[in-house]
Design a protein around this ligand. Structure first.
Ligand SMILES: Cc1ncc(COP(=O)(O)O)c(C=O)c1O
Length: 472
């Protein structure tokens, strides 16, 4: 039968053999002194019980340690109205989406605490995806060092260069192109055989750029590369950034979710030294698209970088604290509400539930790795256990098994994965991604981000690859 979503679908598995670990997951209530819990608990409790409350006079209330303006209507009513409107809601000002603004602020603060920034202080925003979050990081880095670019344009800056690895996501290069740095000024760093940046190459390229008269500005370290799932050594990279006074961004779009796992978060060690972080709950944490955060260590810099102070929206003389009008930090005007589903999911699963989700996905991918690493007809793309849930491998059909390495074998092998995938799609049984990388011909890249995937799904995938690929 068909294998349920091996990729990022949240459909439950039909296999009864293994229990969905998420059913036993509901979070223990936190203490009422926890600011996060205070608002979170209040919203859901009141939503159920007090849908029609009376309007109350405006005043300030204390939610944990935060003084926030109290909405004029009960939270329940605002939440309900906001939920109903959320498909078309705009998040530019507090008055138009008060509950979502507060949810966003508290959630971003929680994420910053998890990163390890003291008291969760800093800044942030939910953006329309990791590519855009990465672009924000380049914008704020430029604003930090060359704020006059905002007014005068790139002619106010010297020739600036950005550094990122050859395995990093293409969105860094795209940000360089879109923001006027130019693709040529995005310098690609060498990686080791497992796709991790070689710090010595970064230092060599920084000094080389300086010698040429360019100004190194920004370094991207990837936490969980797209194809190999590699984690760049953040601490080593941070040392170099400190030495040369460079902005350090960590692209944790794919790997940021591992911060939720006590077992796996060490792979991002040093992330607290970053100036900015991209973290996509819509990838590894299973939140429906779109849900991506750009988190910045320095408070106020997003506002400084992007604000245009449009008089019809962001009047400074409103009756509430206009710091809650967060919309001017964004490059958009109207902003989709991405926080509500994430907040609800976090409320339902709890931090522990997300941890179990992550641990389970990595356990399943480890099962795949162990199953094929010594199996006849398989070759791993890189040695050793993958750091993330990405398992990269070639299936070698019997016709190629005895063939010596060379152009003919490479050309034939290059065609195997696309053919198998095409047959999978024609049969409608399952799908798995493939790609070339550097000098490596097409290989399968299996990623697990759905905790409902079972070992029997993995067995099915392998059976299917062998059934369809045997006679190629
Ligand atoms: C490492 C990394 N960064 C950024 C992105 C872009 O994220 P999004 O698709 O949310 O724009 C991806 C997407 O695959 C990614 O793997």
């Amino acid at each position: 039968g068909a294998s349920p979503g091996l990729m990022a679908s949240s459909a439950p598995s039909s296999s009864a053999a293994e229990m969905d670990p998420n059913t036993a997951n509901l979070r223990q209530p936190a203490t009422t002194g926890d600011a996060w819990y205070g608002v979170a608990h209040g919203c859901t409790r009141k939503l159920g019980m007090k849908i029609c409350g009376k309007f109350q006079p405006t005043s300030y209330q204390s939610v944990g340690s935060l003084n926030v303006p109290k909405p004029k209507a009960p939270l329940s009513m605002l939440l309900l109205l906001s939920a109903i409107k959320s498909c078309r809601l705009l998040m530019f000002t507090y008055e138009i989406a008060p509950v979502f603004v507060l949810m966003e602020q508290l959630t971003l603060k929680k994420m910053r605490e998890i990163i390890g920034w003291p008291n969760g202080d800093g800044d942030g925003l939910f953006s329309p995806g990791g590519a855009i979050s990465n672009m924000y990081s380049v914008m704020v880095a430029r604003y930090k060092y060359f704020p006059e670019v905002k007014t005068k344009g790139m002619s106010a800056a010297p020739r600036l260069v950005l550094f990122t690895s050859e395995h990093s996501h293409y969105s860094i290069k795209k940000a360089g192109a879109v923001l006027g740095f130019g693709k040529e000024n995005v310098i690609l760093l060498k990686t080791d055989e497992r796709g991790r940046v070689i710090p010595a190459d970064l230092e060599a390229k920084v000094t080389d750029a300086k010698q040429k008269g360019y100004v190194p500005l920004f370094v991207n370290a990837t936490a969980g590369t797209t194809v190999y799932g590699a984690f760049d050594p953040i601490n080593d990279i941070a040392d170099i950034c400190e030495k040369y006074n460079l902005w350090l961004h960590v692209d944790g779009a794919w790997g940021g979710g591992l911060l939720m796992s006590r077992k796996h978060r060490h792979k991002l060690s040093g992330i607290e030294r970053a100036n900015s972080v991209t973290w996509n709950p819509h990838k590894m944490m299973g939140v429906p698209l779109q849900c991506s955060a750009i988190l910045v260590r320095e408070k106020g810099i997003l506002q400084g970088c992007n604000s245009m102070c449009a008089g019809y929206l962001f009047q400074p003389d409103k009756q509430y604290d206009v710091n809650y009008d967060t919309g001017d930090k964004a490059i958009q005007c109207g902003r989709h509400v991405d926080i509500f589903k994430f907040w609800l999911m976090w409320k339902a699963k709890g931090t522990i539930g997300f941890e179990q989700h992550i641990d389970r996905c990595l356990e399943i991918s480890e099962y795949l790795y162990n199953k094929i690493k010594n199996r006849e007809g398989y070759e791993m793309v890189f040695e050793g256990q993958p750091q993330h849930s990405n398992v990269c491998f070639w299936y070698i059909p019997p016709s190629l098994r005895g063939m010596p390495d060379g152009d003919e074998r490479r050309e034939k092998l290059h065609r195997v994965a696309p053919k198998i995938k095409a047959m999978m799609m024609e049969c409608g049984t399952t799908m798995v991604g493939y790609q070339p990388q550097g000098d490596k011909v097409n290989f399968f890249r299996m990623v697990v981000s759905n905790h409902a995937v079972t070992k029997s799904d993995i067995d099915f995938l392998i059976d299917e690859i062998e059934r369809l690929g045997h006679d190629l």
